[in-house]
Structures are given as C-alpha cells and as structure tokens.
Design a protein around this ligand. Sequence first.
Ligand code: 9MG
Length: 283
Amino acid sequence: MQLACGTHRLDLSRPQVMGILNTTPDSFSDGGHYYRNGQLSLARALERGRQMLAEGAAIIDVGGESTRPGAVPVSEQEELDRVVPVVERLVAELGALVSVDTSRPGVIREAAAAGAGMLNDVRALTRDGALQAAADTGLPVCVMHMQGQPDTMQAQPAYGDVVSEVKGFLHHRIDACRAAGIGPERLILDPGFGFGKTLAHNLALLRRLPELVALGYPVLVGMSRKSMLEHLLGRALEDRLAGSLALALAAAQRGAHIIRVHDVAATRDVLDVEAALHSPLDD
Ligand code: 9MG
C-alpha cells in the first residue's frame, strides 16, 4: 500500500513511524522543549526534526495546540505562528514529509501552502470549514475518533461496544470526507487511543484493531507515553518507554500502518525486529 503525500510517496507495506514534534509550551510530554525565554526556537525544533528523521521517522507530526485536558486555548494566529515556520523549514531544509496536527481550516490551508504532506485532525474535520479546507489541499487526512472534548473527555467515558461505536463514527466521517471531495485513497483512520476512553476501552480497541484494519484504509495509532500506561503499570511520564514500545509492537502485529511516537529510534528498532520475522531467511 502506497500513500501519495504531496511530493512524497509513503510506503505502507511495512509499519512507518511518525515522530511527534509539539511546538506548544504545554503539551503533556514534550511541551516547551523548543522554547527559549518564552519564545519558540525554530533552530531547536528543526534540530529535533533532523534527529527524528535520522532515527527512522518517515513522517514528522507538527502540532501547535495541546489537546491535554486543562491546556490553555490558543488563538488561530498563535497556532499559525507556532506551526507554519516549522513546517516550512522542515520541508525546505530537510526534505521531510510533514504532517500537521490541527483542526482549524486556516491552519490546514497555510500548512499545506508551506509544504505539509499530510493532515492529522483529532477532531476528524468536524470544525466548520475544515472538510472543505482539507479537500482543497489534495493531501491525505488522518481522521481520529474522540468522545467528548479534550477538556472533559476523560471525566466519564462510556460506550456500549467501544469498537463498534468507534467504527460507526469513522464510517460517518469517511462518508462526510468523500462527500466533500476527499477520495478514499486520501483517508487514514485512527481509533483515538486515550481520547475519551478508559483503560478497558483502549485495550479493547487494541485487541480488536484488526477489525479497523479490515475496513481497508491505512490505520494510524498513537499510544506513546499516554496515561493508559500509568493505569496499566503505575509509571510516571518519564518511565513509559518500555510500555510504549510494547504497545507499538502490539499495534504493528495487529496491522497498524503508522505509529505516532515520541521515541523514534527505539520504536523503529522494535518494528524492524518484528519485520525480520516476516522476511525470507538466508540460511
Ligand atoms: C495529536 N495527537 C495526539 N494523540 C494522537 C493520536 O492518538 N492520534 C492522532 N492521529 N493524533 C494525535
């Protein structure tokens, strides 16, 4: 399976790593890493992008708005200021395939003009104007499931059958995307681990990920360092590498095509070891 991403072709016949680059001062794991005296440092963000590419990331996901509960809301101009220059430089200087994590039509349009090759919307293009903006870019789009809104989504997530409900939601968004002119070859699906889900919901979605893969679209998952690992292992944020790798491996074994992570090198190693088990043996 190949995905056309602007000037890039993404080979999805093996799981690919999407490296996370949050240009926010307050994201849950890497917030503020690229700030100096309260100002976003383009040089630092670019350096991190360079490092992730060297470590085997196929995509760099740039986000300028934190979806962490309690995060400070950001204006559109601020989001543009955080995202667009980073996209421009990652593309121009490193030739990177950049995805942009945004829900705003204005940011979708400007990021595409700056050279982004993929869109990633945790709100699945539900904001006014987002479907049309995404359609106009011609880029592939990741549509993610979320129950509720970031601020309150973890208060009391509830489902009958979480897998059926997530699939039902994604089917609706596929229909909406296609009606807006986003062809099936441009769609990527994401069950939205941690977005309005308890540990039991997340585990059910992971166990039954093959049902989502069977819909025939590329599947993206993001579980890196998420609080499901705190609930599962009792680990603080900085001690979640082993758990994140186990989740990445489990997702790849169940057919995930793109794994969104903070720890690129370690994840790539795990996926390469797993891939070797499926390659022909020399002797
Ligand atoms: C931006 N962001 C944070 N977590 C995410 C996830 O699980 N999937 C996608 N597509 N984006 C995410």
